[in-house]
Write a protein that binds this ligand. Structure first.
Ligand SMILES: [Fe+2]
Length: 187
């Protein structure tokens, strides 16, 4: 028997972190002090990453950044009809010249990226739209934060710029359906 399918659309969301310019320098300084490793194979080249510590919320850069992100996540929550957002994992990734990250998915219900240091003229994240069988992307500039469902196949294209691409990535659990939504779709 074949698998039956119905198409359901969803949005990937993007918004500029208001405080980006104000916090960028200090945040990068704190990230640069953090122990990190590499993730390199034939499809992926991430030059610096602290994924191994992604559930440690006591890292100095995480303590510093979390309140700013949390405010923005609540705005995103509102947009998708939920009320809470719990950050489950958070880590940074730095891509030097030709750095890239092959197709993958994440755990939790949403995932996302904060483009902390990024050459805006270089294409970055691609998403696979299964329904239309095509690749989609945002035009991202430094300071943008994007979120998308964690099951969505995505990849980071090679960094063709000599400017290092530094991103913060996170896995989020959104929860709590908004009253507005419940009232609208009452049985
Ligand atoms: Fe990812």
């Amino acid at each position: 028997m074949e698998i039956d399918k119905i198409p359901i659309n969803f949005f990937c969301l993007k918004k500029q972190l208001k405080e980006h310019k104000e916090i960028k320098k200090d945040l990068i300084k704190k990230i640069n002090k953090t122990p990190s490793g590499q993730d390199i194979d034939s499809w992926t080249k991430i030059d610096k990453v602290d994924w191994f510590d992604c559930e440690n919320f006591e890292r100095e850069w995480v303590i510093f950044l979390k309140p700013y992100l949390q405010k923005l996540f609540i705005e995103f929550a509102n947009e998708i009809n939920v009320t809470e957002c719990n950050i489950k994992k958070i880590w940074f990734q730095e891509y030097h010249k030709d750095g890239k990250h092959s197709w993958h998915v994440h755990d939790s219900n949403y995932t996302g990226v904060y483009y902390l240091n990024h050459d805006s003229s270089v294409q970055n994240t691609n998403y696979y739209d299964q329904y239309n069988d095509e690749i989609k992307s945002f035009n991202v500039k430094e300071g943008d934060v994007v979120i998308f469902p964690s099951f969505l196949l995505h990849k980071a294209l090679p960094n063709t710029s000599s400017k290092k691409r530094l991103i913060v990535s996170f896995n989020l659990d959104f929860d709590g359906i908004s009253n507005q939504f419940i009232k609208k779709w009452v049985d």
